[in-house]
Write a protein that binds this ligand. Structure first.
Ligand SMILES: Cc1cc2nc3c(=O)[nH]c(=O)nc-3n(C[C@H](O)[C@H](O)[C@H](O)COP(=O)(O)O)c2cc1C
Length: 297
């Protein structure tokens, strides 16, 4: 779906008139009418689901209580999911974690100094610094695999060590890496070039409601969730844990950024459809759950 289509849907579903949509988006009234016809089934589906959407938060908290759960897939003997979803592409090594040395900032100082930083200097991140940020937030220190269970152990906690969060990095200014979208392999501690098309960085900017920090950052961390990895064990309650797990990753990234004289800002305001499309994921079996910008102070 094109960014302009998202714009139209966003304002339409927020109850704006066609004239207001024209003013907000710069689309002509003719273009708006064409979109309205083409998107009628989508708009009807949204309208049909609106009553459910009004109570979904409270229903989610209530219906994911243990009292409602059946036996999980794990308890029923369904084959285990894999611990990571590896992607293919050109591989870029990262400085080895054993050689990283950014231990100068005390934990207390990192916690006290941390603020959401939305303006960055032009200075790029070094590969060492990027490696350190990934090591602190997404790296797998151990990988255990057998027929019944496959898990990673990381520097952040995760319910049942299911670690359902995958990490992508939108590289803008990192010494030694060409700009583009990379997948981070948490076991091999390397980057896999995922999309180097000229459009990808604009798509991410648009998908994040054009928040300026996306363009001035050195790197944007885009986290996706693979819910079945957790729900295989916990059923629908697993969805609660996805968001909790993502929060731990975000905080470690924030504190790690302090240790390399950088700052971060988390992003929850993004267009799900646009971001899932940018990452070529289906939005259901895998979806974008959290985003963070990082850059030098
Ligand atoms: C879940 C979450 C989503 C957020 N989304 C955004 C965002 O989309 N844009 C933004 O500028 N800041 C965002 N922030 C940053 C908050 O605005 C910020 O943490 C808050 O104002 C407190 O400031 P501090 O982090 O400097 O203490 C988000 C933070 C969290 C935890």
């Amino acid at each position: 779906m094109q960014p302009r289509t998202f714009d139209y849907l966003y304002f339409k579903t927020h109850g704006h008139s066609n004239e207001e949509i024209r003013q907000e988006t710069g689309l002509s009234l003719e273009e708006i009418e064409i979109m309205e016809k083409a998107l009628r089934p989508v708009l009807e589906e949204i309208e049909a689901e609106r009553p459910k959407a009004k109570t979904i938060g409270a229903d989610f908290a209530r219906l994911t209580r243990y009292i409602y759960a059946d036996k999980s897939d794990q308890e029923q003997g369904t084959p285990r999911p894999d611990a990571i979803k590896a992607r293919s592409g050109e591989v870029f090594a990262l400085p080895a974690v054993a050689k990283l040395d950014f231990g100068k900032t005390s934990l207390q100082d990192a916690i006290l100094q941390r603020r959401s930083l939305r303006k960055y200097s032009d200075e790029p991140l070094s590969l060492q610094e990027l490696s350190f940020l990934l090591y602190c937030s997404s790296w797998a220190r151990d990988f255990r695999s057998n027929e019944r269970m496959e898990i990673t152990l990381r520097n952040v906690p995760s319910a049942g060590s299911r670690h359902p969060i995958e990490t992508f990095v939108d590289i803008r200014r990192v010494t030694g890496l060409k700009p583009g979208l990379y997948y981070y392999h948490p076991i091999k501690h390397c980057l896999v070039l995922y999309d180097e098309s000229p459009e990808i960085q604009d798509q991410i900017f648009e998908g994040c409601f054009r928040q300026e920090m996306i363009q001035s950052s050195a790197a944007n961390f885009i986290y996706t969730a693979v819910p079945y990895r957790t729900c295989w064990r916990y059923g629908q309650r697993g969805y609660r844990y996805l968001y909790l797990d993502a929060g731990h990753i975000g905080q470690n990234l924030h504190l790690a950024a302090e240790a390399v004289s950088a700052g971060a800002c988390m992003i929850g305001a993004y267009l799900d459809e646009a971001m899932n499309e940018a990452l070529k994921i289906d939005g259901s079996e895998e979806f974008v759950i959290y985003i963070a910008t990082v850059g030098k102070k």
